[in-house]
Design a protein around this ligand. Structure first.
Ligand SMILES: O=C(O)CCC(=O)C(=O)O
Ligand SMILES: [Fe+2]
Length: 319
């Protein structure tokens, strides 16, 4: 490890053990938690500048793309972490990786990355909800006999614009909903997926008892706010009517033994300029065993995000 990398690492924002415990408790009880840290302003500025430039380019040089898009008031990109070093820095945001290490141990990797910018669509009649109640995790993932969905991935949300006003179009969550049966979270077509269908699991009486009106939490915060979600927590997106754009990025991490969700193929480019941790998270080719259980040399790769670094090989170097 070069001394400049080490110095950089010493400057990183981290969570202390109490903060980690607090986030994990909220994650377990509520299904989400707002982290006690925010993105460094300088990184946020670079990300916002990147997105502004991207959208300008689409508008100026690809007007057809801009106007033919079905959802022309949403700009978005998936699997974009390689697009700019700023996104790679976001992937490496230490508090997120510390919580991943707490939940998964050292064998986790990036499974989804995206940004989205929403503008209010003046032609659409005022509606209150953009996307209805759902949870992200249950789709095709195995669930428990009682209908609950285990923790498969952690999804970190980064507010890239303020979401402080009523019509900012933010996300609502149902506190604790990740502990409820998840069978009807999202309907899937086909007989085989009947159990995941919208109304096949619950009896009409049980259906009528489902309550999405209580214990709703609206996510609000300034640009730079960081939050984490359990895959099974129920949420929806409120419609956006404000003049200013709504901008958000999500980075999702899962056990390495799970295939990445949208990052279906590992990074195919030259990885030699990337750090060992970055290569690991991006799916650097590795022997079969290192996708599943791994060995000590694998665990050391992400070891500095754990709490007891010394037991993994004495990696802590004074920060
Ligand atoms: O509006 C959001 O930020 C959340 C959107 C959503 O539900 C999703 O990406 O799964
Ligand atoms: Fe969702």
């Amino acid at each position: 490890m070069g001394s400049s990398i080490r110095m950089k690492q010493c400057d990183e924002i981290s969570l202390n053990d109490e903060q980690r415990d607090q986030c994990l408790t909220e994650l377990s009880e509520d299904g989400f938690s707002v982290l006690p840290v925010t993105l460094p302003e300088e990184l946020l500025d670079r990300i916002v500048h990147y997105i502004d430039t991207y959208i300008d380019r689409v508008r100026n040089y690809e007007p057809n793309l801009a106007s033919s898009s079905e959802a022309r008031y949403v700009y978005m990109r998936d699997t974009m972490v390689e697009d700019d070093p700023a996104w790679r820095e976001l992937m490496m945001f230490k508090p997120a990786l510390q919580l991943c290490h707490d939940v998964f141990g050292p064998m986790f990797h990036l499974s989804q990355d995206m940004w989205r910018v929403y503008y209010a669509d003046p032609r659409v009649p005022r509606q209150s909800v953009l996307e209805g109640w759902h949870s992200d995790g249950p789709r095709v993932l195995p669930i428990l006999e009682d209908g609950r969905c285990p923790l498969y991935f952690l999804r970190f949300g980064y507010l890239l614009a303020d979401a402080t006003e009523d019509d900012d179009g933010t996300v609502e969550y149902i506190r604790g909903s990740h502990k409820k049966p998840c069978f009807d979270a999202r309907a899937l077509p086909g007989q085989r997926n009947r159990r995941l269908g919208n109304d096949t699991f619950y009896t009409p009486e049980e259906q009528s008892q489902l309550d999405f009106e209580t214990d709703r939490i609206t996510l609000r915060g300034k640009a730079g706010t960081v939050f984490v979600l359990h895959n099974a927590v129920w949420h929806r997106t409120l419609a956006h009517h404000a003049n200013r754009a709504r901008a958000i990025s999500y980075f999702q991490y899962s056990l390495t033994m799970l295939r990445p969700l949208r990052r279906q193929t590992p990074y195919a480019g030259d990885m030699s300029h990337l750090s060992s941790e970055e290569r690991w998270l991006l799916g650097e080719p590795r022997p079969g065993e290192s996708w599943i259980e791994g060995g000590p040399h694998d665990w050391i790769r992400m070891g500095r995000f754990g709490r007891d670094i010394d037991s993994l090989g004495g990696l802590r170097q004074g920060c």
